[in-house]
Design a protein around this ligand. Structure first.
Ligand SMILES: Nc1nc2c(ncn2[C@@H]2O[C@H](COP(=O)(O)OP(=O)(O)OP(=O)(O)O)[C@@H](O)[C@H]2O)c(=O)[nH]1
Ligand SMILES: [Mg+2]
Length: 398
């Protein structure tokens, strides 16, 4: 009886050893020396840490046909090309974005709205209260002239209408803020040339305001709308700038035209438009630098980029990107840029990180150009079309 059990054990171990040989060539090396002729009982190797993670003994074994050879070095090098391209992102539609992102606006800005409403709901709207209202608006970067205008009109209407209820005052405030923002600007980003060539959009602004991020987010919006996009990396200040843009593009399948670091931004922009025309793209988006290598001023350079691109035809949109958190500084920048290139729209970024949403009013006033887009976060879909009504509602709560 004992002999039978021993024979069965020997047979099992032999099967185990032989099938172990075909499992993998690596495993082979760890096995004890191969039995010479007749299998002998070899004690199982000492278990090591992590042994449990290995294939259990009784799992079905692969045959030699199923076990492929390890890739050769040459194959390993080629491997990445053989891999299917990564799936493209499906960007969110723009409709309803401001609603989705509204809490971000409200979170940072309800100080303005709440402050104003608290003041307006005081029983006695005396001189001091009106002054506090003025201060609140100024603190939110609405700007001196628009603030005075708003307070004057509000005072007058409150007096004439005898409005006293918080709801009544709230709706008057809403109307006045909307008047300041202007409800009849065309705020659509113009991405169609009206002829057979791609629409061309140039994005400008000082460094760090969010130009590249905005260009990337805008490309996503366009792709989501079924348009084909070519990106022009006309920021040659550092190679990483073009990489950053290209990364955005790759996620949605938009190609990036780029040149050498320190190369001529105008010629890259020119090439981007040329290639966009060549391949029948719908839109070409040109990202520009906020800083330069050369001694030429940023403004001279931008003027040149614009002139050179316009050899292909007029630019359809020049977006000035301003960082809302820089407040009044942004206005000074806006003025300088507006002198060199004809700004057609403003993108106000980082509104998620400031209580100074009033800058929207100030900057439109300054340039006479509408805010068209707002940035409400670093996420790829955190760019929303600017809608005055939704904005004011978020500002003062509805
Ligand atoms: N919170 C927040 N961050 C933003 C927003 N837009 C851009 N940023 C961040 O701002 C930083 C600068 O953005 P970039 O797009 O690189 O700015 P840029 O204008 O291209 O900068 P330069 O190329 O150096 O001129 C990045 O960390 C962005 O993620 C926004 O709407 N909200
Ligand atoms: Mg950039």
């Amino acid at each position: 009886m004992e002999f039978v059990i021993l024979a069965v054990v020997i047979a099992l171990v032999a099967v185990g050893v032989i099938s172990g040989l075909v499992v993998s060539s690596r495993k082979k090396k760890q096995l004890p020396p191969a039995p010479s002729s007749t299998p002998t009982i070899t004690p199982p190797a000492e278990p090591h840490v992590g042994d449990e993670a290995e294939t259990p003994r009784d799992e079905s074994r692969r045959t030699i046909e199923e076990v492929g050879l390890p890739p050769t070095e040459a194959e390993e090098e080629q491997a990445p090309e053989a891999v299917a391209p990564p799936a493209l992102d499906v960007p969110e539609p723009t409709a309803g974005r401001l609603v989705r992102l509204r809490t971000r606006l409200a979170r940072s800005q309800n100080s303005l709205g709440k402050g104003l409403l608290t003041l307006l709901s005081r029983d006695n709207l005396d001189e001091d209260t009106w002054e506090e209202i003025e201060d609140t608006l100024l603190t939110a970067d609405v700007g001196v002239a628009p603030t005075q205008e708003l307070v004057e009109r509000l005072r007058e209407r409150v007096r004439v209408l005898g409005t006293r209820t918080p709801e009544g005052l709230r709706s008057l405030l809403r109307e006045e803020l909307l008047t300041l923002l202007g409800t009849d600007f065309d705020r659509a980003v113009k991405t169609e040339s009206g002829v057979d060539t791609p629409g061309v959009v140039m994005v400008v602004g000082v460094n760090g305001t969010g130009k590249t991020t905005t260009t990337g987010k805008l490309a996503r919006v366009l792709v989501a709308d079924g348009r084909s996009v070519v990106l022009g990396a006309a920021d040659t200040f550092r190679a990483a700038a073009a990489d950053q843009l290209q990364t955005w593009g790759e996620r949605v399948g938009a190609r990036t035209v780029r040149g050498p670091e320190g190369g001529d931004p105008a010629s890259i922009a020119f090439d981007a438009v040329k290639e966009g025309i060549g391949e029948g793209a719908d839109v070409v988006l040109i990202d520009t630098a906020g800083r330069l290598h050369t001694k030429t001023g940023l403004m001279d350079e931008l003027g040149k980029v614009k002139r050179v691109v316009e050899k292909h035809g007029p630019l359809d949109e020049i977006l000035l990107v301003l960082d809302a958190t820089t407040g009044q500084n942004g206005l000074v920048q806006a003025r300088v840029f507006a002198e060199v290139v004809d700004i057609t729209g403003i993108v106000l970024t980082k509104l998620d990180g400031t209580a100074k949403g009033g800058i929207v009013i100030a900057v439109q006033r300054e340039l006479g150009v509408p805010v068209k887009l707002i940035g409400l976060g670093e996420g790829p879909d955190d760019l929303a079309p600017f809608d005055p009504e939704a904005f004011v509602d978020a500002l003062i709560g509805d």
